[in-house]
Design a protein. Structure first.
Length: 62
């Protein structure tokens, strides 16, 4: 799935997003430039909850 994470604006944000997804057992490919994250191996609800807990609102776009 691909998520839009509009408030991911810097390298620290990117690292926080990657860590949040990794902590719940997923793999993330993060594009800071596009403010998008591709996630494999996790249900949508798990990913969105992990990102919200880390302070990031996200929306599934694909």
């Amino acid at each position: 799935m691909i998520l839009s994470v509009p408030n991911m604006t810097c390298g620290h944000c990117k690292a926080s997003v990657e860590a949040a997804i990794t902590e719940v057992g997923g793999k993330a490919l993060v594009s800071l430039e596009d403010r998008e994250v591709e996630v494999n191996g996790l249900p949508e609800e798990t990913v969105l909850a992990a990102l919200k807990a880390a302070g990031f609102e996200a929306e599934v776009i694909a």
